[in-house]
Design a protein around this ligand. Structure first.
Ligand code: PEP
Ligand code: MN
Length: 337
């Protein structure tokens, strides 16, 4: 159960509300975000009449949510959450969001070329990893904060917002002023201490679905961030590992409408990791938009063949342009579905 406390709730009001729940053996957690204070009540007896709570002073609203995730559920918040990155850049709420960039940040020249292409294409968000989770420790593991510094400068100078992966809590603070969205990768999708710390980071967080993560688990990962105080969360379907090995991952198209129904949080699609085969990435991007994704995040590079990571799934600029155009057309078309 979710109790939204009114901004004028006094300490005695809060104590009265908590006592009412304790009487029915509920366990309570206080969640404080920048927009609201919430009390999350779990367990407890079914005998509690929520109208009693609703009438207590200091209560703005009470919502009966039974899902394992509560604040992330669409059962209490019907309006979609819109992530506002400033300067007119938003994710969620109707307009298609496009994000693109290399798998790894490699050099200033690479970032400049991509940032110029994105600006010319009116794509407002640039991706690029500097802390890379690589299967082999001998592969390129990213340029760290040094590379993020020039990535941030070049992208921001072109009016682009920056999304990049954070691998561990100690990186949150040094990254904070250089980025606009923290990305939690598939391998860290259930790194609960990282998610909890990002709940206090004060910047939007995009959580990718774990390689073998269920939709419910992804939503509970979002709940970790929300319950620690950060409601600016984006979810990302990036394919899951199945028995099929004809492609890198199985992009779960079904997850898009299911997530859109279960949560008010925006849902992005990552077709690059989702299929892992360059020539099919645009079609999967279109399929995700048709299925209702709020946006697409893709890997692009001036010379994909030379990319230091994920070369096989990376688009060149012409392919990227066609993807941007096709997904934008589909987004307009789907309004009439
Ligand atoms: C990436 O975005 O480059 C990445 C490593 O993605 P994922 O966590 O989905 O594998
Ligand atoms: Mn990648």
């Amino acid at each position: 159960m979710i109790v939204q406390l009114s901004p004028t709730a006094t300490q005695p009001d809060r104590e009265r509300i908590e006592a009412a729940f304790r009487e029915y053996k509920f366990t309570l957690s206080l969640v404080q975000t920048r927009s609201c204070d919430y009390l999350i009540a779990v367990g407890g007896s079914a005998d509690l009449d929520i109208r009693l709570i609703g009438h207590l002073p200091g209560v703005k609203d009470v919502h009966f949510v039974r899902d394992s995730y509560q604040l992330s559920s669409s059962k209490w918040k019907v309006q979609p959450t819109v992530i506002d990155l400033g300067d007119g850049v938003t994710i969620g709420g109707g307009e298609l969001a496009l994000a693109a960039g290399p798998c790894s940040i490699e050099s200033e020249a690479q970032v400049e070329a991509i940032a110029d292409h994105l600006k010319a294409s009116n794509v407002r968000i640039m991706r690029g990893g500097v802390f890379k989770p690589r299967t082999s420790p001998y592969s390129f593991r990213g340029g760290g904060i040094e590379y993020l510094t020039f990535f941030s400068e070049i992208a921001h100078s072109r009016g682009l917002k920056v999304i990049t992966e954070v691998l561990e809590p100690s990186q949150i603070e040094p990254m904070h002023d250089l980025i606009d969205i923290y990305q939690v990768g598939a391998r860290n999708s259930q790194n609960f201490s990282l998610l909890h710390e990002l709940g206090k980071a004060g910047k939007p967080v995009m959580i990718k679905r774990g390689m073998s993560g269920t939709i419910d688990e992804l939503l509970q990962s979002a709940e970790y961030v929300f319950s620690a105080g950060n409601e600016q969360i984006i979810l990302c379907e990036r394919g899951i590992r199945t028995y099929e090995n004809a492609y890198r991952n199985t992009f779960d198209i079904n997850a898009i409408p299911i997530l859109k129904e279960k949560t008010h949080l925006p849902v992005l699609a990552d077709p690059s990791h989702g299929i892992g085969i360059r020539r099919f990435v645009p079609n999967i991007a279109c399929a995700a938009v048709a299925a209702g994704a709020d946006g697409v995040i893709v890997e692009i590079h001036p010379t994909p063949e030379l990319a230091k990571s994920d070369a096989d799934q990376t688009l060149d600029f012409d392919e990227a342009t066609r993807l941007f155009e096709a997904t934008r057309k589909l987004a307009l078309l789907r309004e009439s579905f």
